[in-house]
Design a protein around this ligand. Structure first.
Ligand SMILES: [Zn+2]
Length: 266
């Protein structure tokens, strides 16, 4: 503790940044950083929905931890998490929430506008939940980007990293499948209740156009039949988190570099 305090004092004396969380900066610190020293912000977005034997907030836990891991490597701040979202077909499970698409669109529009008004040039959404939420975020990236002349990128980590999933686990994943469960296990193993897991929880995702059901009959939805069945392996979980974070930094860095190179919205 004393060593930690000493480090903090030394960091402050050197003028170094002690936090990358917008929640924890005061207005004077923020003014010193943005946009002079920091032009990039990571905005984690998620939802609250059932996830097999991991927490209902897994889609919040994942992008927040990911954004925190990515921020120092991108010289970015982490915006406060948007924790409620457009859940969709899993709304109906205990403890789940659904925000209407109209309300979500209006709210996120104002959040993105606020980040632009506060001086960020690169707004990177670290999205933790797919379906209609992704479509709304993509639309807003274009709308707010055009209106405010800021660069906005929407990322879906599980989709960007599908090849990382194949590499680490040797098979594809699923919603609350092995990959997503492992991602949470790497962040906080206490959120994983292996003792509650049974194979009965798993169903493969129906092929496009075959059937739809509301509520979806299980929260563990495998992208491909026979792959992504949940196992609990801490070493693989840790390797997966690290590999996903590395890949995400690469993808965002490449995009920012290309924006700069093209001279867009300078
Ligand atoms: Zn999820």
């Amino acid at each position: 503790m004393r060593a930690f305090l000493l480090l903090m004092v030394l960091a402050a004396a050197a003028g170094a940044q002690t936090t990358r969380e917008m929640n924890d900066l005061n207005w004077m610190e923020f003014q010193e950083l943005v946009p002079g020293k920091v032009q990039t912000v990571l905005l984690p977005t998620g939802t609250v929905e059932a996830h097999g034997v991991i927490n209902n907030g897994a889609d919040n836990t994942a992008p927040l931890a990911l954004a925190r891991a990515m921020a120092p490597k991108l010289n970015a701040l982490v915006a406060p998490l948007v924790a409620y979202g457009v859940t969709g077909s899993l709304d109906g499970y205990a403890g789940t929430f659904q925000i209407s698409e109209a309300a979500y669109r209006a709210f996120l529009s104002d959040v993105l506008t606020g980040l632009a008004r506060n001086g960020f040039r690169n707004i990177i959404v670290i999205n933790g939940h797919g379906g209609p939420q992704t479509a709304i975020l993509n639309d807003l990236a274009e709308k707010i980007g055009r209106e405010r002349r800021v660069r906005i990128m929407v990322t879906n980590w599980w989709a960007i990293c599908s090849d990382v999933t194949l590499k680490v686990f040797g098979e594809d994943g699923g919603h609350a499948g092995w990959n997503e469960t492992a991602f949470i296990q790497a962040i906080d193993a206490k959120l994983v209740h292996a003792e509650r897991y049974t194979k009965d929880l798993e169903m493969p995702r129906p092929a496009a156009g075959t059937w739809y059901a509301f509520p979806f009959p299980t929260p563990v939805i495998l992208y491909q039949a026979g792959q992504g069945s949940v196992r609990f392996d801490q070493a693989k979980a840790d390797a997966y988190f690290a590999a996903v974070a590395t890949r995400m930094v690469e993808v965002v860095r490449t995009t920012i570099t290309q924006w700069d190179r093209a001279g867009l919205f300078r």
